[in-house]
Design a protein around this ligand. Structure first.
Ligand SMILES: N[C@@H](CCC(=O)N[C@@H](CS)C(=O)NCC(=O)O)C(=O)O
Length: 70
């Protein structure tokens, strides 16, 4: 999945939780994403994003180890 690659490339410590809407979604998940789709991302500051592109951009702009300036 593209978000795994983005997390790895940016050295991000993200917890991935396997979720399959076809098998049902928890009430907690549906509260985060009323569209009942995957993926959903919850940032440490409580931001919730539900579009893969938006999640990837957020991750790219919040690197764990920002590149040093050379
Ligand atoms: N535009 C959304 C699409 C999300 C989406 O359609 N996810 C699919 C899986 S790839 C899904 O949750 N399908 C389950 C369903 O529609 O019940 C994105 O890019 O993140």
């Amino acid at each position: 999945m593209v978000l795994l690659a983005v997390a790895k490339e940016n050295n991000l410590d993200i917890e991935f939780v396997e979720t399959n809407p076809a098998n049902g979604l928890s009430a907690e998940y549906q509260k985060l994403n009323p569209l009942k789709r995957v993926p959903t991302f919850e940032a440490p500051n409580g931001w919730v994003l539900s579009e893969v592109i938006a999640i990837a951009i957020y991750c790219k702009s919040h690197p764990a180890n920002p590149p040093s300036e050379h």
